[in-house]
Ligand binder design. Structure first.
Ligand code: GLU
Length: 343
């Protein structure tokens, strides 16, 4: 990852400059920081250590401008957000036809951990529910379990532009308590949807969920997808451009747990959330948004994160199907940012 440090500090120096868009994000932060609704995930003790007041927002344009407010350095586990990106890697490894023969792309309207397979085809419904994500992890190629994990980490590092680590206590807890996921994996083995290396694949799935990221990483990952698969800062390609639309499509239809339909209706920005409190949201051709706040609603989505994305969508007309004039024009608000780069 040569030069990444310099590029990231360049991005940071840009964020330090006052701009209307940055002021807008500061206002969003002030508006929603007092919102104390929801609860921190506690299905494993490590996640319950998160502080309810943590709150970060980061927006990265496809041109590489980064705007951030709040706790954008605070690390947390990526959890289900990983599912969208690993799906992209599986598509690169096997192509659409094979991946689709093992995992459908149909929203379920059910919880992320439901034990349900398509009755006619025995496929898990989509790559964003646990069953589909485990089947997706099973497809990741590699000479060994270490090599498969390395390929996943390398892929995430192309998106974030920096080296990432795994939170080992979270991984071990997920593994120790993950019998429901284990049951689903064996059910899928019964139907020939996954290979026999069940424990290895489950480890890989628990490890991908335990990768440590921050809100800035989530902004950068979304901006990379928004930019056709190329990281806007490092200029490194993270995913074959042909598969970007597949990843973004399942984010739109299935990315926000069983709130995905309402999310698409109200916000209309393809996004994926995780129980660590993160949301990564892709505004195609424009920018990526990363939010972090660990207070979750009953469906597992970050309460403050949803509010921030709702406001951004409404104020700047970012809903994918919006044809009306928005109150503010994103390009104007960002272009009017007089960037003076501080080397
Ligand atoms: N690691 C979690 C699980 O498999 C995923 C939680 C999430 O939805 O973010 O249960």
């Amino acid at each position: 990852m040569a030069d990444t440090g310099n590029l990231q500090s360049l991005a940071h120096s840009i964020t330090a400059v006052a701009s209307p868009f940055r002021s807008y994000l500061n206002e969003l932060y002030d508006k929603y920081h007092p919102l104390n609704q929801g609860a921190v995930a506690d299905y494993i003790p490590e996640l319950a250590l998160a502080k309810p007041e943590w709150f970060g927002i980061c927006a990265v344009t496809v041109g590489g401008q980064s705007f951030e407010v709040g706790d954008c350095d605070q690390l947390f586990t990526i959890q289900s957000i990983s599912k969208a990106f690993v799906y992209g890697l599986a598509l690169e490894d096997h192509g659409r036809a094979y991946v689709n023969s093992k995992v459908s792309v149909e929203p379920t309207g059910e919880a992320f951990n439901s034990i349900a397979l398509d009755e006619n085809t025995n496929r898990p419904y989509n790559p964003m529910v646990n069953a589909g994500a485990i089947a997706t992890a099973d497809m990741i190629k590699g000479k060994s379990s270490t090599d498969r994990l390395k390929r996943i980490l390398d892929m995430f590092q192309r998106y974030t532009g920096r080296e990432l680590d795994i939170n080992v206590p979270v991984f071990l807890s997920e593994k120790a308590t993950g019998n429901r996921n284990r049951a689903m994996a064996y059910l899928m083995l019964n139907f020939g949807m996954v290979s026999e290396r069940i424990e290895e694949t489950l480890d890989l799935y628990f490890q991908q969920c335990s990768i440590l990221v921050n809100a800035r990483d989530l902004g950068m990952m979304a901006a990379t997808l928004a930019n056709g698969g190329v990281n806007p800062i490092t200029k490194e390609r993270a995913i074959d451009e042909h598969y970007v639309q597949d990843v973004i499509s399942v984010m739109l239809t299935c990315g926000m747990y069983d709130y995905s339909g309402e999310w698409t209706y109200r916000v209309g920005i393809p996004a994926k959330s995780g129980v660590g409190g993160g949301i990564t949201a892709v505004v195609p051709g424009k920018m990526g948004i990363g939010t972090f706040s660990p207070l979750l609603d009953a469906k597992g989505n970050s309460v403050r994160g949803i509010k921030v994305c709702e406001d951004l969508s409404k104020d700047f007309g970012l809903h994918l199907f919006n044809v009306a004039k928005a109150e503010r024009n994103l390009e104007d608000w960002i272009e009017s940012n007089n960037v003076t780069v501080d080397w």
